[in-house]
Design a protein around this ligand. Sequence first.
Ligand code: SF4
Length: 79
Amino acid sequence: MRLQKKICLSCRNFSLQETDSGVCKVVKGLASYPVKATEDTCDQWRDCGQQYFIRTGWIKGRLAKEQGHTVVTETGIIS
Ligand code: SF4
């Protein structure tokens, strides 16, 4: 398997919320988690495995939807 870039988008602690950002849950139990850009990184990065492809598929679908297109992604049809 291809090595992932060590960025928030491919990190197990990341929770994607927008097409370019999400929150970091490396510290559990916070009332609100710090917002991170998908391209951010830190030394607590941990590989999220297959989740990375689900996230990139979701981003692709969201961006296409914003432009008024219907797309088929790895995770299904988004219209
Ligand atoms: S800030 Fe670090 S631990 Fe948090 S999601 Fe990004 S790479 Fe992962």
